[in-house]
Design a protein around this ligand. Structure first.
Ligand SMILES: CC(C)(COP(=O)(O)OP(=O)(O)OC[C@H]1O[C@@H](n2cnc3c(N)ncnc32)[C@H](O)[C@@H]1OP(=O)(O)O)[C@@H](O)C(=O)NCCC(=O)NCCS
Length: 159
């Protein structure tokens, strides 16, 4: 069983199918378009392809999560979100540290992600982990006002 330390007496563990509801709720609080619980259930059922990392307390209540998709020697960061009440306390960092450390023992060598170019807190987090900007996708994220935001495409080398 893999467990990583997280701030505030919490820790990071691998996501399990029973976490689907909690992930859908935290995701919906973090994004304009949430993903259905069933999508999370499918991802969580296949951790070799789409591993998830969850920040949990002693009762296994979930406070944030990271989900990846693995293919060959590459990983895609599908999504990361922290409960709004718990943001700014190092949980996002703990999730990425857990994911990076878990991948260190695998053939995965690169991680890619897309992020809304106006999402300053997420971009600052990715910068800290060595992600660099490799491109943009215009009109990628639909917004509540009917417009669409540009995505930055970022890449990190895992060594
Ligand atoms: C992005 C997100 C996951 C970060 O989680 P978090 O637990 O708040 O982040 P942390 O407290 O671990 O912060 C880690 C680093 O991120 C950056 N960061 C986090 N919040 C920030 C903010 N409000 N402003 C600027 N930088 C910020 C900082 O570099 C910070 O490091 P520091 O504390 O040493 O300065 C969280 O804000 C979230 O859930 N956002 C909504 C969903 C989302 O946008 N996901 C990313 C989509 S690609």
């Amino acid at each position: 069983m893999s467990i990583w330390m997280a701030p505030g007496g919490l820790h990071v563990a691998l996501g399990e199918p029973r976490d689907a509801q909690a992930l859908a709720k935290i995701h919906a609080a973090g994004f304009f378009r949430g993903w259905p619980k069933n999508d999370f259930a499918s991802y969580l059922a296949d951790p070799r392809i789409t591993p998830a990392y969850v920040v949990i307390d002693k009762r296994r209540a979930v406070h944030g999560f990271l989900m990846l998709r693995l293919a060959g020697d590459e990983a895609e960061l599908l999504t990361i979100a922290v409960d709004p009440a718990r943001r700014g306390r190092g949980l996002g960092r703990a999730l990425l540290e857990a994911g990076f450390s878990d991948l260190a023992a695998t053939p995965i060598r690169r991680m890619f992600l897309e992020v809304d170019e106006t999402n300053a807190s997420a971009i600052a987090l990715y910068d800290r982990f060595g992600f660099t900007r490799i491109g943009t996708r215009k009109g990628y994220y639909p917004k509540a006002d009917g417009s669409a935001a540009t995505a930055l495409v970022m890449r990190a080398d895992l060594g």
